[in-house]
Design a protein around this ligand. Structure first.
Ligand code: GLY
Ligand code: MN
Ligand code: MN
Length: 355
């Protein structure tokens, strides 16, 4: 944990800063191991301080090793000021993408002698590369999603509502040890499968259509995120054509994904295949995204992304084709970048499954 904190501290110099203030739940957990829902962290050069309230003080003291845990006053800003004074912080980084206008105003009032330095995604940059412990947890999160897929193949049949399928997936993951879903479960059937993010509705699944399922879980704080599309009954030639093209694009991207590419180059691995197949206009979203404590985090694996992919990053690979009024297909895996290749964390079959 101190190694992690030191990597973040090494980024202070570029901003001539003494500390960073964060209250993003993911960043708080990442730098302190505290899992409670409320707390403010000052990561300073010499010390890390976690301010929390009476509901969490015992838990924080147990979880946050190597961290000074402080019970904050009703107005936490007063305690913040005391601690910053104690640490002699003169220049304080804050996370400009999450601080509201009101909070910024309050901070300037309470801390007249501290220079507030805006930053973006600083801790998130260190979070991009996962260590062995994080990868072990993420393998299990992905394995739970894979097992839920095996289970749902037994359950899926015409006549069920999309919401029945979503609930079954979610319960299966919870029974397998997940603490919850990592986002609203997408089950989109028939023409609804043309909606890339068609969260499960009460539509009844019928024979002769696709069912696209995009779901995942949180396990020990880390997310998994998988999509599989299956056919209910015999698919038409058009269904098969689209499925095979998405699969070819996804396999090409998995085979070509490696450290050293930019997000844009990685995105192009799949996009070029779909464009060559004549469906470029039907693949509107990016190829993928970083995955970790948050289901969407950096790096961006997208057109015009200059983010550099590095060994140890976990990203999704999720090309799709969506045809309004007809349907759509997406296939998504989570992978960890290794030296010259990548390792899949989600291992469910990607052949067209006909139920
Ligand atoms: N379910 C959101 C995504 O795949 O990015
Ligand atoms: Mn997904
Ligand atoms: Mn995803």
């Amino acid at each position: 944990m101190e190694e992690r904190r030191n990597k973040i501290r090494a980024l202070f110099a570029a901003h001539d800063a003494d500390a960073i203030l964060t209250f993003s739940p993911e960043n708080r957990r990442y730098v302190t191991s505290f899992t409670g829902s409320s707390g403010y962290v000052i990561l300073a050069k010499e010390e890390t301080v976690l301010l929390t309230d009476s509901r969490y003080i015992e838990q924080a003291s147990k979880q946050a090793t190597g961290v000074k845990v402080v019970l904050h006053q009703n107005n936490w800003l007063m305690t913040l000021k005391e601690q910053l004074d104690h640490l002699s912080v003169k220049r304080l980084l804050f996370e400009q993408d999450t601080v509201s206008y009101k909070l910024f105003h309050d901070l300037t009032e309470v801390l007249p002698d501290v220079t507030l330095v805006p930053s973006s995604g600083l801790i998130e940059i260190i979070r991009q590369v996962k260590d062995a412990g994080e990868l072990a947890i993420m393998r299990e999160a992905a394995h739970i999603a894979d097992q839920a897929f095996t289970h749902i193949l037994e359950f899926l049949r015409p006549g069920l509502k999309e919401t029945d399928v979503a609930l079954e997936l979610e319960v299966a993951m919870r029974k397998l040890g997940a603490t919850g879903s990592s986002f609203d479960t997408i089950v989109a059937s028939g023409e609804r499968s043309a909606m890339p993010h068609g969260v499960a509705s009460d539509r009844v699944i019928q024979t002769g259509e696709f069912v696209k399922m995009d779901y995942g879980c949180f396990y020990d704080g880390y997310a998994s995120d998988i999509t599989r599309t299956v056919a209910i009954g015999q698919p038409s030639p058009r269904h098969k054509e689209i499925y095979e093209l998405v699969l070819a694009a996804q396999l090409t991207a998995v085979n070509g994904m490696r450290a050293g590419l930019t997000g844009e180059q990685a995105d192009a691995l799949a996009r070029d295949v779909i464009k060559a197949g004549g469906y470029g206009d039907h693949f509107g979203h990016s190829l993928g995204h970083g995955l970790g404590l948050a289901v969407h985090e950096s790096p961006r694996v997208a057109q015009r992304s200059s983010d550099m992919l590095k060994e140890g990053m976990v990203v999704t690979i999720e090309p799709g084709i969506y045809i309004p009024g007809f349907g759509g297909v997406r296939i998504e895996d989570d992978v960890v970048l290794t030296g010259h290749t990548c390792e899949r964390l989600t291992l469910s079959s990607k052949d067209l499954i006909i139920l």
